[in-house]
Design a protein around this ligand. Structure first.
Ligand SMILES: Cc1ncc(COP(=O)(O)O)c(C=O)c1O
Length: 397
């Protein structure tokens, strides 16, 4: 059945806003990534990008591991099938309880982001009578002042600086085995040359830190950061990315490189659909007000970048500029400025593309007591409804 027929079916059933994911295309993309992977380059999926059960099951089925950043993500990944050695854990907040949960799940490695985390894990390991492989997360200083959701050159809670790690005597932590380092500060990069420069400097700094701390750099985790364009047709080809990584691995004599890919894995395979509630002109500006906004899709307000938007099944070439606002009583609830058909009216659907990553779970659903957005997927050309929308009465107390 064509994609548009599945979408029309969901519109008919839900009668309210929803995310739609094409998991057949997603699976083909995963298989294309896997088909080029050198055994010493491992790709984990960053669960935070989209933790939906069906997405995780397909990743697991296709041999990918997952990076989790909370007890919730750990539980979700376990329920989807990820077992021992299929998981790694990143994130600045790891309680002893969570660390014990990670140990019980027999994760492949825990990324350590502070000295307290190192002490706590060492203690938890002692109590369980087990050892755990870890990577130490390091954040580097950069001359570059580009902005990044990951912090870029700013000081963030993600790991420690080189000088903070250098003085640490690892021999005090008998229950952990340091297998390498983790360093990831720049997100959504589309320029292969820029990725290569960032990775190159990261590798040099990490090799030097591991020497100074006296451990062998068996694993270097470079995080995520492979970009998706929200404004044009630019695409990173994973074969080129892989070629660059392999070249760096050989040049710097690295044993193993890990990546944790979120956006690049899933963003392209999701769309967010919402209906127009009002169309008006205010002091000379054309406005569309939609049923869902940043309560369903917060990223435009968080990073100031819109997702590409089209009128669903309305290719009318007679367009005019509109600013699209969601339903919240704040001017922050703006989904962007777009050229859309001049004839749009209440009840018409808009499609926001490339919303498969950092969509549903990054939103702010409760403000103003609206309904919760639904999710639907197509997999093996079957329409599945993993999450029907909820009315306000179904969540309010
Ligand atoms: C530790 C970590 N790894 C991986 C990712 C995924 O990054 P991306 O979506 O750029 O691939 C993130 C995103 O925030 C992250 O915090």
């Amino acid at each position: 059945m064509p994609r548009t027929d599945h979408i029309k079916e969901v519109m008919h059933r839900y009668q309210s806003s929803f995310y739609f994911y094409d998991l057949d295309l997603f699976e083909a993309h995963l298989q294309a990534i896997r088909s080029v992977l050198h055994p010493d380059i491992k790709v984990w999926y960053a669960t935070k990008a989209n933790p939906m059960s069906e997405v995780l099951r397909i990743l697991w089925k296709n041999g990918f591991g997952a990076d989790v950043a909370s007890m919730g993500e750990l539980q979700q990944a376990r329920a989807a099938g990820f077992g021992e050695n299929d998981l790694i854990a990143t994130g600045p907040a790891k309680s002893k309880n969570y660390l014990a949960g990670l140990m019980r799940a027999e994760v492949r490695a825990i990324v350590i982001e502070s000295l307290n985390q190192l002490r706590d894990l060492n203690e938890v390991c002692g109590k369980l009578g087990r050892r755990q492989d870890v990577l130490l997360r390091v954040q580097l200083e950069w001359d570059d002042h580009l902005k990044s959701v990951l912090g870029g050159s700013a000081i963030t809670p993600f790991g420690l600086g080189v000088e903070d790690w250098e003085g640490v005597d690892l021999s005090q932590f008998k229950n952990v085995t340091v297998q390498g380092l983790h360093c990831f500060q720049w997100g959504n990069i589309l320029d292969l040359g820029q990725l290569e420069r960032l990775w190159s400097s990261t590798i040099v700094a990490c090799k030097s830190l591991s020497r100074a701390m006296g451990f062998e750099l068996k694993i270097l985790d470079l995080g995520g950061g492979l970009g998706i364009s929200y404004t044009d047709d630019r695409e990173l080809d994973f074969r080129d990315v892989h070629r660059v990584l392999l070249g760096l691995k050989q040049h710097h004599e690295l044993a193993t490189i890990w990546l944790e890919l979120g956006r690049f894995s899933i963003a392209k395979f999701g769309s967010y659909f919402t209906r127009i509630v009002d169309v008006k002109s205010v002091r000379g500006k054309n406005l569309i007000v939609t049923e869902g906004g940043i309560n369903h899709l917060a990223r435009p307000a968080l990073v100031g970048e819109a997702f590409p938007c089209e009128a669903f099944l309305n290719p009318d070439p007679d367009t005019k500029p509109f600013t699209v606002h969601g339903p919240l009583c704040t001017a922050l609830d703006t989904l962007g400025d777009f050229n859309l058909p001049a004839t749009l009216r209440p009840g018409d659907w808009l499609e926001f593309k490339r919303t498969g990553a950092y969509g549903f779970t990054e939103s702010m659903p409760y403000f103003l007591c609206h309904g919760l957005v639904g999710e639907a997927v197509v997999y093996q050309n079957e329409l599945l409804i993993p999450r029907a929308p909820k009315t306000n009465l179904e969540w309010m107390i």
